[in-house]
Design a protein around this ligand. Structure first.
Ligand SMILES: Nc1ncnc2c1ncn2[C@@H]1O[C@H](COP(=O)(O)OP(=O)(O)OP(=O)(O)O)[C@@H](O)[C@H]1O
Ligand SMILES: [Mg+2]
Length: 331
């Protein structure tokens, strides 16, 4: 079911545009985000759009994740979240809400919540980098500016409407790029690879980005594994030392403040011989400079698709335990 580059990262990557079925993207993302959204929020999806847009699926995914996470944050006490897609034709002329939008055919993606809303001063600044009304450990103020950049790169627009106490609505307009080819639909609906699955193992994930951590967790749980999570090297050590069961696999970011991925790997391997390791990084260099050959940890470059994650995990679990750890540049 999941074949898009689904994991969203705060770093912007080079865009590789392709036809994207927004309906499929919404279904996959909201499904994976369901636990993050929480039980007290009612989620409704209305997927009326026909046809595709052109963009980088993992980046568009990130736009949606950022909007949904904001909506969730605005509804701490619960509420309704609606994610919808539709077709829209903007006619020439200075009229109404889409007055500044270049005339043409668009697909809209709307995220609406019934949360606390925004006053005019906040609304005027939402797309500014580093603008946040959240506590320092809760928000960096980059979610919407990142979304804005991605949407702009894809030739689109992003609009926000809100009133204090009356919820918020974010509308993304992306140029319509064509009918949904049978092929695009097939790719979105393609099943996960079936080869060589092992289930029932325990995986420790070390990743500071909550949305990424959650998505990795969901994918691994669907594979039938038990997941322990940590936000950094220190917490990973504590989680490992506090876990009485075996840990079969460590998936860790290479670059982290404090104990980096390779150093963490060395410590944990000493404490848990037999541990398998996958190092992830958004910097190709880390991976190029890493080890190779039998016994070396596997590397997974970000952003990766669920398929790629599943494949690397299966590969890691199918190979003998590692005993060799490379020195990475920023450990
Ligand atoms: N759905 C919403 N309802 C109410 N306020 C919102 C909503 N979405 C965004 N905002 C306001 O816009 C600000 C900026 O949002 P943005 O996503 O850019 O940053 P953030 O959520 O604060 O931090 P980050 O996304 O980096 O974790 C938020 O702090 C909040 O004040
Ligand atoms: Mg945000």
């Amino acid at each position: 079911m999941l074949t898009r580059k689904l994991l969203a990262f705060s770093r912007r990557r080079v865009m590789t545009p392709e036809p994207v079925d927004l309906n499929g993207l919404v279904l996959e993302t909201t499904h994976l985000l369901r636990p993050l959204i929480g039980e007290q929020i009612e989620l409704e999806t209305r997927l009326a759009a026909e046809g595709t847009v052109r963009g980088d699926p993992s980046q568009l995914e990130q736009v949606l994740v950022n909007l949904v996470v904001n909506a969730r944050d605005a509804m701490a006490a619960g509420g309704q979240l609606r994610v919808s897609t539709a077709n829209l034709t903007v006619e020439p002329g200075p009229l109404g809400r889409y007055g500044f939008v270049k005339p043409g055919r668009y697909v809209s993606l709307e995220v609406e919540d019934t949360g606390h809303g925004m006053d005019e001063a906040t609304l005027a600044r939402v797309f500014e980098p580093f603008f946040t009304t959240k506590a320092a450990d809760k928000g960096s103020g980059l979610g919407l500016s990142t979304a804005y950049g991605i949407v702009k790169d894809a030739g689109g627009y992003i609009l926000a409407d809100s009133e204090p106490g009356r919820g918020s609505r974010f509308t993304v307009l992306l140029p319509w790029s064509g009918e949904l080819a049978a092929e695009a639909g097939t790719r979105l609906a393609a099943p996960l690879p079936q080869a060589a699955a092992v289930a029932g193992l325990t995986v420790l994930i070390v990743e500071d980005e909550p949305a990424v951590r959650l998505l990795i967790r969901r994918i691994l749980e669907r594979e039938g594994h038990r997941v322990l999570e940590a936000t950094d090297g220190e917490h990973a050590l504590a989680a490992s030392r506090g876990s009485e069961s075996a840990i079969d696999l460590l998936i860790t970011d290479v670059r982290m403040p404090g104990i980096g991925g390779p150093a963490l790997t060395r410590i944990l391997l000493a404490e848990r011989p037999g541990l398998r390791v996958i190092l992830t990084s958004g910097y190709g260099d880390d991976i190029a400079g890493g080890g190779s050959g039998p016994g070396a940890p596997l590397f997974l470059e970000k952003p990766f698709s669920p398929d790629q994650l599943v494949q690397v995990v299966r590969e890691a679990l199918a190979t003998p335990p590692h005993d060799l750890v490379p020195d990475a540049p920023n450990a």
